[in-house]
Design a protein around this ligand. Structure first.
Ligand code: C2E
Ligand code: MG
Ligand code: MG
Ligand code: MG
Length: 282
């Protein structure tokens, strides 16, 4: 029992923390079986070309349907997968899903269709990686160049670790494109942009959220677009939720938008039907 109010509060606080860490451990142990129990599913969110309104890209976003706790967000379980090392097995599975999916969708919507896959820094670090195996799979499926984009964060490039760079170069060599996810929220150094061959900058949703005429976020977004274009990169704005954000992004020549205004992430089957509906509408 708590001896005084101060300790009482402290005790209460540690108990909550302990429960949180117990819950985390409980989720980690469930996550171990999530793949074999088929509780994981890859959703896809369309990426819209702002000029034409066309869709030639989608981002793969992982979902965990937990039998007791419902749908758990990747922001909650990816860190657990990273800490426990399960990210390798899970990341491998997501990648395999994405390459097979893109192959299938290219036969329907043309060979320029692309899927982007998120990758944790942990998947680049250490000896364990399935990258060789991925490249083999891409060859086996006769995937064309530029079918897959991997999304990494600035953090990974700032490290300048030679092994990480080798892995990135391997990807480039087989025609995988590279996007910087959550651009603008990581490190302030932009030096990596001239050292590495990057294809896309994804403007973080924290910038998109408050876009308004005369806002400082609009100035920042425009500066990002101008810089990116001069360096030969394309820009994707994340988290586009309103028509006004869309109009502003279009006015500053942002290339692509992704967000609830257009579509939420959906299962592969649903993606196909929304795509067909949209094409019929036009
Ligand atoms: P992210 O890569 O930055 O993905 C964008 C997130 O924004 C997704 O959250 C997406 O559902 C959400 N989003 C899309 N449009 C809107 C919008 O208009 N408004 C708002 N508020 N949100 C929007 P999600 O699916 O919960 O994923 C969260 C993060 O988890 C991802 O952020 C990514 O970092 C990570 N993640 C997801 N799938 C994977 C995966 O397969 N592997 C790895 N390593 N990380 C993943
Ligand atoms: Mg992403
Ligand atoms: Mg992002
Ligand atoms: Mg992210």
């Amino acid at each position: 029992a708590a001896k005084d109010h101060g300790r009482g509060c402290f005790h209460f606080f540690t108990k909550a923390l302990q429960e949180a860490s117990e819950f985390r451990a409980h989720l980690a142990s469930d996550l171990r079986h999530a793949l074999e129990l088929r509780q994981l599913e890859v959703y896809y969110q369309p990426i819209i070309e702002l000029n034409s309104g066309e869709i030639h890209k989608a981002e793969a976003l992982l979902r965990w349907k937990h039998p007791a706790h419902g749908c758990i967000s990747p922001s909650d379980f990816i860190p657990i997968a990273e800490d426990s090392g399960m990210i390798h097995e899970i990341g491998d599975w997501v990648f395999m899903q994405a390459v097979q999916q893109v192959r299938q969708w290219q036969t329907v919507w043309g060979e320029t269709f692309q899927i982007s896959v998120n990758m944790s820094p942990a998947q680049f670090i250490g000896e364990k990686n399935n990258h060789r195996h991925w490249l083999d799979k891409m060859q086996e499926l006769h995937l064309l160049q530029n079918s897959i984009v991997i999304e990494i964060t600035e953090r990974l490039l700032v490290s300048e670790d030679a092994k990480i760079m080798d892995k990135l170069l391997n990807f480039r060599d087989v025609g995988i494109e590279i996007a910087i996810d959550d651009f603008g929220t990581g490190y302030s150094s932009l030096a990596y942009l001239k050292k590495f061959d990057i294809d896309y900058l994804k403007i973080d949703q924290s910038f998109t959220k408050n876009l308004a005429p005369d806002s400082s976020d609009l100035v920042l977004c425009e500066a990002i677009v101008v810089m990116a274009h001069k360096l030969g990169l394309k820009v994707i704005a994340e988290g586009v939720e309103t028509q006004e954000q869309h109009n502003l992004l279009h006015s500053i020549r942002c290339d692509y938008g992704q967000g609830y205004l257009y579509f939420k992430p959906v299962p592969a089957g649903e993606f196909e039907s929304l795509f067909i509906k949209r094409t019929c509408k036009d």
